[in-house]
Ligand binder design. Structure first.
Ligand SMILES: Cc1ncc(COP(=O)(O)O)c(C=O)c1O
Length: 327
């Protein structure tokens, strides 16, 4: 029987560094939703699964690279929930070389995903309207999900995380999350804005609020270089004007770019894992933790802050660590 732990724990992290800085830190363990359908991947997929349940679609067609967490999670969801999946994978050179396939691809295939390898030039068209129209004609009645599973419906899936956090730690002040496409970050911001609006409406007079939300900040750590280009899309996904003080996209935490690492980042990951016995992935969550620690060191987080680090899963990506070190 498939069990998804939709309500994940908020684990306190105790460390002399945090005590010294007089901050309290927790990790939201969304990596514990399911061993294969983890974290933001589960949250972003979940609203789409409702559509499949209602038989609106036959299965899911989606895109990704050879190490994509989204490909891994979609294939696993198809396997466990019983719907077919097709993955368009970047790199046609892999088509005839299964011995070169990553663990992600091997596992996706084992879960019944039909893998279709496409050359890099064609892959670049994945957002083009005409390309998607043709693809839909090839796969009528299939739900086409963009790379990373990121679309407006996926954004709404993150509301569940914020609802849980409001229950688990009402007075948090800082929330850190890794940013790839920005959909998860936008979803958290959107849900936070909705909570604030609700709290303001239901509190009379408005200044007596249970939750001093005015100081809540959501920090997105971009894991790819020059990520400023994500901002219009993120704002679009948030879907309403927000105060610039309530969230920030950090574009200097990518440690060399997407899928890249540094000795310092690897050391941070190792130390964190040793100290807290919580595994991180090298592509997303390690960079998020690294950026938080740097902000703490630079005294950018005031005393008495209550910080939540969002563990967005992606642990299947740990198998890439070796490749990263030897690249
Ligand atoms: C483990 C993990 N964390 C964070 C992200 C970033 O999510 P998003 O693309 O919604 O910004 C991803 C990629 O989707 C991911 O796989």
């Amino acid at each position: 029987m498939l069990t998804i732990n939709t309500f994940t724990p908020l684990t306190p992290l105790h460390h002399p560094l945090f005590e010294e800085a007089k901050v309290k830190v927790w990790m939201k363990r969304d990596d514990l939703t399911h061993p294969e359908i983890q974290g933001n991947k589960w949250r972003k997929l979940r609203p789409h699964l409702d559509l499949l349940k209602q038989k609106e679609y036959h299965g899911i067609v989606t895109f990704g690279g050879a190490y994509s967490n989204h490909i891994a999670a979609t294939a696993a969801a198809g396997h466990h929930f019983g719907f077919p999946t097709i993955g368009y994978i970047r790199g046609d050179e892999l088509a005839q070389r299964p011995e070169k396939w990553s663990h992600t691809l091997q596992q996706a295939q084992a879960h019944g995903m039909q893998l279709k390898f496409i050359d890099r030039q064609t892959y670049r068209q994945r957002h083009d309207e005409s390309f998607l129209k043709k693809l839909q004609q090839q796969h009528p009645h299939w739900l086409i999900l963009p790379e990373g599973g990121s679309n407006p419906l996926a954004v709404t899936g993150m509301t569940e995380v914020m609802t849980q956090l409001e229950e688990q730690c009402l007075d948090w002040t800082h929330l850190y999350t890794a940013v790839g496409t920005g959909a998860s970050f936008a979803g958290l911001i959107r849900a936070n804005e909705a909570n604030k609006a609700h709290a303001e409406k239901s509190t009379n007079p408005p200044e007596i609020s249970q939750n001093p939300q005015s100081c809540c900040q959501i920090h997105g750590i971009a894991v790819l270089n020059e990520a400023e280009y994500l901002l219009p899309q993120i704002e679009n996904w948030i879907g309403q004007p927000t105060k610039q003080t309530t969230w920030q996209l950090h574009t200097n935490g990518a440690c060399g770019g997407y899928g890249k690492t540094t000795a310092e980042l690897l050391e941070t990951q190792q130390r964190f894992e040793q100290a807290f016995q919580i595994p991180l992935d090298p592509i997303y969550t390690a960079k998020m933790v690294h950026a938080f620690l740097q902000h703490l060191k630079a005294q950018q987080i005031p005393a008495n802050s209550r910080v939540i680090l969002y563990h967005s899963g992606g642990l299947q990506g740990r198998r890439k660590t070796h490749a990263l070190i030897t690249e």
